[in-house]
Design a protein around this ligand. Structure first.
Ligand code: HEM
Length: 502
């Protein structure tokens, strides 16, 4: 910080006056020569960068992960070895709302964590739900068009939202979660979060297992009702960000316990559902949670734009011992984030301090807009070179993955193991009566503006998941239960055909 508090221009020269423009005469026009004024206006005009296409509204904090368990037989990642303590940056977000939207809206919450490990940055870019609406990357831009603004009115549209969701039955479990009490968390501190996808671990013998990441809040789960959330949004659009910031400022550091689930390659081959389908979950009874460590948040950023807005996470950033899986949705994400960030922040976004690795970075990327470090000076810019600069490290290579089958556009609905309603039905049956009641009320309120044909699709899905769920939602939406039962005899294509017209 500049202790003398004297104003300079952008290249350090003193500024004489920051309030009065230079004019030709006391009442005359401004002159071009007021270069400080020109610079000030020009900079201001360029201060907005594109917001994230989704997850635009978010809040960040620093902290660390301390490993208390021992999963070294599964992974050689140094960040996950017993006793390891690693600095991290986290960003929480809503998904559909723009940068100025209110925090306390019914939506899923994004939770992106950047671990600054000694082997490079590992980003885990997850959500507060263990599953997702869709499972093929093709559907992702459409999902966002459906939940964001209508092209004609510029308004959010329940019709578009529910039309899209109900045309894709695989979204049923996630629909149920979002409409449940968990659809509006009381704060970021009071929710779990998940990596969602199946990832992989490999150990120092290069043996692979599949894994999922779960972070359980130590603050307890707390949620808001629609009425509570509406009252909060009317008073404070930043309620979740404020809660997080103030808790950290007063030293009440939020914590989450990290667990993993492990599935062997053999188990995956024989699993009764596709273990790489993000719309499916791994049941805890079959794949128990293994405790790994504690994530604590304990420092607020100094500058929102520099650290939170310019933070850039991507599932493509993994470290030795942690890998991807054949999940086709994850595969799509591996490209999408870096691509979005090259547009949003520029090709050198990984040099921005919040994104910069804390370990040595030895790479051959050069030049590009806003290259503000030494650009590796005189070191060779090509590889291989005779100076021995920087050779690949084959010892970190992942074990090979056996694949089978033809190359084709396979539709998961043609997979005989595919059941889109099982997990949603299980969740409904796990709910206590007060939670079931809330689920039905929240859904009925959210879907109220939507046409009956779309409501019927949702009612049929609920009925296929659980007869009581179907019956209660049908009554709450004011539909005919006999018709729901009739429609439920159709296959998915038949249901869509029968419910195309309002
Ligand atoms: C194929 C599916 C998906 C695609 C193509 C996709 C793409 C994107 C893109 C382009 C961004 C903006 C990145 C930026 O501008 O920095 C973003 C943000 C985000 N996405 Fe996804 N996404 C997908 C699915 C998911 C899933 C399944 C999750 C959770 C498991 C997720 C969690 C997030 C989070 C948390 C952010 C905000 C990151 C931040 O705080 O900066 N996304 N996504």
């Amino acid at each position: 910080m500049d202790e003398n508090k004297k104003l300079t221009n952008e290249v350090g020269a003193p500024v004489a006056d920051n309030e009065n423009s230079i004019t030709a005469g006391p009442r005359g026009p401004v002159v071009m020569q007021d270069v400080w004024l020109m610079e000030k206006m020009a900079h201001f005009n360029r201060e907005v960068i594109p917001e994230r296409r989704m997850h635009a509204k978010g809040w960040g904090a620093y902290g660390n992960l301390t490993v208390t368990g021992d999963i070294s037989k599964y992974t050689k990642a140094k960040v996950l070895q017993p006793g390891a303590k690693t600095d991290l940056f986290i960003r929480f977000s809503t998904v559909a709302g723009e940068r100025g939207a209110a925090d306390a809206e019914r939506d899923i919450r994004g939770v992106a964590v950047k671990f600054y490990t000694e082997e490079g940055n590992w980003d885990l870019v997850g959500n507060n739900t263990p599953t997702f609406f869709i499972r093929d990357v093709h559907n992702f831009s459409d999902l966002n068009r459906a939940v964001k603004r209508d092209p004609r009115t510029g308004m959010r549209s329940a019709q578009n939202n529910w039309d899209f969701w109900t045309l894709l039955p695989e979204s049923f479990h996630q629909r149920t979660i979002v409409m449940s009490d968990r659809g509006i968390p009381a704060s970021f501190r009071n929710m779990h979060f998940y990596g969602e996808h199946t990832f992989s671990f490999y150990n120092d013998k290069n043996e692979r297992v599949w894994c999922k990441f779960h972070f359980h809040t130590q603050q307890g789960i707390k949620n808001l009702t629609n009425e509570e959330a509406t009252a909060i949004c009317g008073k404070d659009r930043e309620s979740h960000g404020r809660d997080l910031f103030e808790a950290i400022e007063r030293g009440d550091y939020p914590k989450w316990t990290l667990y993993v689930q492990i599935m062997t390659e053999e188990q995956a081959k024989n699993h009764y559902e596709n273990p790489f389908d993000i719309t499916k979950i791994w049941r805890h009874k079959e794949f128990p949670l293994i405790e790994v460590g504690v994530l604590e948040l304990n420092r607020n950023p100094e500058n929102y734009f520099a650290e939170v807005e310019q933070s850039a996470f991507t599932p493509a950033h993994v470290v030795p011992g942690i890998g991807f899986s054949p999940d086709r949705f994850l595969q799509g994400r591996l490209f999408a984030y870096g691509d979005a960030q090259r547009y949003r922040l520029g090709v050198n976004h990984n040099h921005i301090p919040v994104n910069r690795a804390k370990c040595e970075v030895n790479e051959y990327h050069r030049d590009g807009a806003m290259r503000v470090d030494g650009n590796y000076g005189r070191l060779p810019a090509y590889s291989p070179n005779s100076d021995g600069y920087w050779s690949p490290q084959p010892d970190v290579a992942e074990p090979p993955l056996e694949l089978e089958g033809a190359m084709y556009r396979f539709d998961p609905k043609d997979d005989p193991t595919d059941d889109n309603f099982r997990a949603g039905g299980e969740l409904y049956r796990l709910m206590t009566e007060d939670k079931r009641k809330l689920l039905i009320e929240n859904t009925a309120a959210d879907i109220a503006p939507v046409t009956d044909n779309v409501k019927y699709r949702h009612a049929v899905h609920c009925y296929l998941a659980d007869a009581e769920y179907g019956e209660r939602i049908t009554a709450a939406m004011g539909l005919d239960f006999d018709k729901v039962k009739e429609l439920s005899k159709l296959d998915n294509d038949g249901l869509i055909q029968a419910t195309l017209k309002p």
